[in-house]
Design a protein around this ligand. Structure first.
Ligand code: NAP
Length: 244
């Protein structure tokens, strides 16, 4: 069973590691090619965009793909929508693998917002010094904000930047001790993050709780209507095996 795994996440790499060696299953992992030094999945990998829904549909047909697993990041809404449209056109089985989001706990002061623009607006009154951990894309939404930003991302951000900022290029996982030290050393008042979920980048939330800092939490974009979704790599593998 030849399967395309849309990746760029730890879950996609874990899935490829499990499924690639299995008899009867051929896995092709796909990366967007945005990160300069990506961590590559095991097995066959292709890199780069497909060229929209039409390009993806053509690629799926040309390569004899029989199933698609969308294991992209919860905020990669574009490729997820393309996968849904192309798979529907070709009547291919499609599964979305999405790690669970984060949940507020006792002691948290979270401000859930729908998108980046609302996150930027919500900073007024929450503090002057912000740790912005929303990745490389979307920082421009904060470019008109007053105050100071510590911008942490794997690669340098794109587009307009706030007037006052420091850039910290770093890739998780981060420990709670290090996150607490970072927030303290930069006298951070408020943390802005996306509800990416997962353990790799969760430590900042524990640190913010311990320091009683507010967190602006940007909600995930919705999945396509009727999307079939699982939360774990094991469940995705069960789904594929049932089709093999
Ligand atoms: P996006 O907005 O949904 O996608 C934009 C375009 O990038 C897509 O239309 C597609 O180009 C191409 N693309 C995206 N993922 C691809 C994949 N796995 N293989 C081939 N092409 C892909 O996605 P994004 O938010 O820019 O994220 C890009 C990649 O980074 C995703 O694979 C995602 O898993 C990973 N990632 C994203 C985030 C995040 O916060 N957004 C965080 C960590 C990792 P074409 O239209 O030309 O096909």
């Amino acid at each position: 069973m030849k399967t395309l795994v849309l990746g760029g996440t730890r879950e996609a790499r874990e899935f490829a590691a499990i499924a690639s060696g299995e008899r009867g299953f051929e896995i092709v992992s796909s990366l967007a090619g945005r990160v300069r030094e990506p961590v590559l999945p095991e097995g066959e990998v292709r890199v780069g965009g497909f060229g929209g829904v039409d390009g993806l549909r053509e690629w799926l047909a040309d390569n004899g793909i029989e199933a698609v697993i969308d294991a992209t990041h919860p905020f990669a809404g574009g490729i997820t929508a393309h996968a849904a449209a192309a798979a529907a056109d070709l009547e291919l089985p499609l599964l979305h693998l999405r790690r669970p989001g984060w949940h507020e706990r006792a002691g948290d002061d979270w401000h859930r917002v729908a998108d980046l623009a609302t996150a930027a607006k919500s900073l007024a009154g929450l503090g002057d010094r912000t740790l912005l951990t929303i990745g490389r894309q979307g920082v421009a939404a904060f470019s008109a904000n007053p105050g100071w930003f510590l911008i942490r991302a794997i690669d340098p951000p794109e587009g307009a930047l706030p007037a006052a900022y420091e850039l910290l290029l770093a890739r998780g996982p981060f420990s709670v001790t290090d996150e607490t030290a970072l927030l303290t050393a930069h006298r951070i008042d408020v943390l802005v993050t996306k509800d990416s979920g997962g353990a790799l980048t969760e430590a900042k939330l524990h640190a913010a709780r311990a320091l009683h800092l507010p967190v602006v939490m940007i909600d995930r974009p919705p999945l396509p209507p009727g999307a079939r979704t699982v939360e774990t790599v094991a469940a995705a593998w069960d789904w594929l095996r049932a089709r093999g």
